[in-house]
Design a protein around this ligand. Structure first.
Ligand code: URA
Length: 255
């Protein structure tokens, strides 16, 4: 495999402009295999490459796929207006390499949020045609009774939608709590569906996307981790609650 110069490698991994990366190298801040990188032109094979910048070790990744356990009070938009953005919870390098949330959670919604800098992956995961099932735990103001569950499963009409929207799966798990699976990803969908069904959502957590479950990721609120091949394979599988569907992983994560 052809070697890539060190300034390009560091830039691709989010360490700043090529000029800045050359300065990091000249200042002796970059090493690989225990040796300082002295000449950015020498380059390296990126396959399996590990390197250290300011004493912290990184693995070269062509793209990054991340899971964040989103805390409340953070916005998913690229230009947050009222609350800090979710990118502030991640290392600065990810912002530089244009990592973005896959879809959005409201600022007060917590739980599983995927992020990536792979446009094809973001598109595939958020495409309405793929019907990726997302599992939410919603705390309700009024009791979560059988009638509420039945209404959400039958479908409720939202103002700007041409047809009623129905949950793929829904059940009450506590007196004021439901588990609900949606495949559409419309704006404020859980909250609006609960309102249309005559209740009110007081707290919302996303607990799974496809078969990737937040509780299996071992993340405290505010923590993130890389998604590896096994995790990404789970995104291609339906949740136990969802009916058979036709979505498949499209991300090429061979690195
Ligand atoms: N539905 C909502 O109402 N809010 C979210 O953040 C996600 C789904």
């Amino acid at each position: 495999m052809a070697k890539t110069t060190w300034d390009r490698i560091l830039q691709s991994q989010g360490f700043g402009s090529r000029k800045w990366c050359r300065e990091l190298i000249a200042d002796g801040e970059v090493s690989s295999n225990g040796e300082p990188v002295r000449d950015y032109r020498a380059g390296a094979d990126t396959d399996g490459l590990e390197f250290t910048v300011f004493g912290e070790t990184w693995r070269y990744r062509e793209h990054v796929y991340l899971a964040l356990n989103k805390p409340p009070g953070f916005e998913c938009s690229r230009k947050p207006s009222h609350h800090p953005g979710v990118l502030t919870l991640l290392p600065e390098q990810f912002g530089w390499r244009d990592v973005q949330p896959v879809g959005r959670l409201d600022h007060d919604t917590t739980g599983l949020l995927l992020l990536s800098d792979d446009g094809a992956f973001i598109h595939a995961q958020s495409s309405p045609r793929r019907h990726v099932p997302k599992l939410y735990l919603a705390t309700t103001h009024a009791p979560a009774d059988d009638a509420l569950v039945a209404r959400l499963l039958e479908g409720v009409q939202l103002h700007d939608e041409p047809a009623p929207l129905a949950a793929t799966h829904c059940r009450a798990v506590e007196s004021h709590r439901i588990e609900i699976v949606l495949e559409q990803g419309k704006y404020h969908q859980v909250k609006r569906m609960l309102a249309a069904a005559g209740n009110h959502c007081v707290a919302l957590q996303r607990t799974a996307i496809g078969a990737l479950r937040l509780d299996a990721l071992g993340l405290e609120e505010g923590e993130w981790r890389y998604l590896e091949q096994d995790d990404l394979a789970l995104l291609a599988r339906e949740t136990a609650e969802a009916p058979p569907g036709s979505f498949s992983a499209t991300a090429d994560v061979s690195q």
